[in-house]
Design a binder for this molecule. Structure first.
Ligand code: FE2
Ligand code: FE2
Length: 207
C-alpha cells in the first residue's frame, strides 16, 4: 500500500502542525484502542479466561488511556469525550471494528461451522490479529512523524506492546488450524478494505 502510505505521511505532517487536528487524531486512536479493549472483554470466557487474554485487554485499555494523556500535552480541554465532533471520520471510525468483527464471524461460521464460545474465541484471535498487523504499520509511521517534528508526544511504548500482541496472536492462530496462513490472509484482506475506507475519510477531513 505504498501510495496510501505516502499520502498518510503527508497527512500526518499536516496533522502534527495543527494542535486541534492532532488532538482529534489522538482521540480517534484512543477510541479505537478502547473499542479493541471492549471487544476483547466481550469475547472472553467468564470462567476459563486465560491470563494472556486478561493482559491483552488491560493493555489495549491502557493504550486508550495513554493516548488521552498524550493528547493533554497539546492543550487544555481538548477532545474530552469520544463524541463525533472530537473524532476524525466519526461514523466510519466508530463502526470500523464492529464491521471487521461481523465479517470475520461470518467467514468463520462458513469456513469452520464455529458457533458459541468457539466462534467468539476464533473471532477474537483473527480480529485482533488483523488489528495488530495494522497497528504495527500505522504506529511506526506516526512515531516517525512525531520524531521529525521533535514532538513531546511518543507512542513508542504502544509499538513495543503491539509487536508482542502480534507474536502472541500468531502463536495462538497456529494452534487453531493447520490452514492458519490462509485464514490470516482472509482477515488481512477484510481489514484492508475497511482501513482504506477509513483512511480516505480521514484524508478528506484534512485536505
Ligand atoms: Fe493497542
Ligand atoms: Fe494490541
Amino acid at each position: 500500500m505504498p501510495v496510501m502510505n505516502d499520502q498518510l505521511n503527508q497527512s500526518l505532517e499536516t496533522i502534527l502542525q495543527k494542535p486541534s487536528l492532532h488532538a482529534r487524531w489522538l482521540n480517534t486512536l484512543s477510541m479505537l484502542e478502547n473499542a479493541g479493549a471492549r471487544k476483547i472483554k466481550q469475547c472472553e470466557h467468564p470462567v476459563f479466561v486465560p491470563e494472556d487474554i486478561l493482559k491483552h485487554a488491560a493493555e489495549e485499555a491502557r493504550h486508550a488511556w495513554f493516548l488521552k494523556k498524550q493528547l493533554k500535552k497539546l492543550g487544555k480541554d481538548l477532545c474530552p469525550t469520544y463524541e463525533a465532533p472530537f473524532i476524525m471520520a466519526p461514523v466510519i471510525s466508530s463502526r470500523y471494528l464492529h464491521l471487521l468483527d461481523t465479517r470475520i464471524c461470518r467467514y468463520l461460521k462458513q469456513r469452520f461451522g464455529f458457533s458459541g464460545h468457539d466462534l467468539k474465541y476464533a473471532a477474537y484471535l483473527l480480529v485482533t490479529y488483523a488489528i495488530e498487523v495494522r497497528a504495527d504499520e500505522l504506529y511506526p509511521l506516526y512515531q516517525a512523524a512525531l520524531k521529525k517534528y521533535n514532538s513531546t508526544i511518543s507512542v513508542n511504548n504502544i509499538i513495543a506492546e503491539e509487536q508482542q500482541h502480534l507474536a502472541s496472536m500468531e502463536k495462538q492462530l497456529q494452534k487453531l488450524s493447520p490452514d492458519w496462513k490462509e485464514i490470516c490472509a482472509t482477515a488481512i484482506k477484510e481489514e484492508a478494505g475497511l482501513y482504506n475506507e477509513w483512511l480516505s475519510a480521514v484524508f478528506a477531513e484534512i485536505h
